[in-house]
Design a protein around this ligand. Sequence first.
Ligand code: TXA
Ligand code: MG
Length: 345
Amino acid sequence: MKTNELKVNPDCFEPDILQPAATALKTGSLVAFPTETVYGLGAIYRDEAALRRIFETKGRPNDNPLILHIWNTHQLEELVREVHPKFQKLITAFWPGPLTMVFPKKPEVSQLVTAGLSTVAVRMPSHPVARELLRLTDIPVAAPSANLSGKPSPTRGEHVMHDFAGVIPWIIDAGPCSAGIESTVVMLDGVTPIILRPGSVTREMLEAELQESVAVSDGATDRPSAPGMKYRHYAPKAPVILVEGAKDEIVRKINAIIHEQGRERKTVVIGSSENLSSFETELVLDLGSQDQLELAAMRLYDLLRTCDELGADQIIIEGVENQGIGAALTNRLHKASGGNIIDVS
Ligand code: TXA
Ligand code: MG
């Protein structure tokens, strides 16, 4: 298949440039497009054949439901039975932006979207290209991250090209995504808000807005939760070891592992800017400063893909502080490591 690659400058573009991609979406094609979190692989939510193609293209298990993307709150009316006042508050505070909410669904929303659940996840992205594409399409768009299932999510157009060039008809490339990790997913258990997947709208931000405490579910084990969280995820080819705990101990432990392994294995370290020069190997990638974890979130998936390109046999990652945006990063690092975690606290 020929893939149309459309390069768009997100800061300055003519809306018309997106019209052919919007038309393709409307007529049942898959279109990969940028959002502020990661790139999405979109299909209109009413087209069952197109929805099936999303699952086939990604190699995604079909018990993992999709998020619907809208540009206007009016579009919620065709999708959800009710908007709880707490969600109304969150919509006002965080949409458009990287927050997904799980609502009771209307019967019109296909079981393919929701994997048989009675709820549907919806978000309104803030990326200008995503917004314009959704406006031109004017039908809610189902979009999981535009990567092969299990791989790190795509945060650059090149990542989508790598996984899907020649496989899908449209890829819109607007450069790097600013948040770099997927949206926060939140549901209400009765009236209690629960984070199913942490993201850059943090627990602290939700609590400040709702004036109550917000729980974080262990998505790996719970049901009803974000069913997608139970799979090994965000994983590069090489095995990942995550080293967490006391700051000085982390560096010592990582160096000990490098020395134990000797030179036979190509070990790549992903660490904080502060510690880069302390790792006793040349193969070090900079995750960014410990004080700027937003930057680390933006870089993480790109660095994991870089490890594949470097032909790493093994990746060792320095853990980050588990609060604020660091909680979302820690969640992704845990998934990428498949539970291969050393705690040196
Ligand atoms: O930032 C994002 O959310 C990106 C961009 C493209 O918008 N999309 C994304 O989609 O990350 P995906 O399919 O990779 O992840 C969707 C997550 C999964 O963990 C899934 O289980 C959860 O949302 N989810 C979807 N519908 C749900 C529902 N009805 N109840 C609970 N969890 C749901
Ligand atoms: Mg995904």
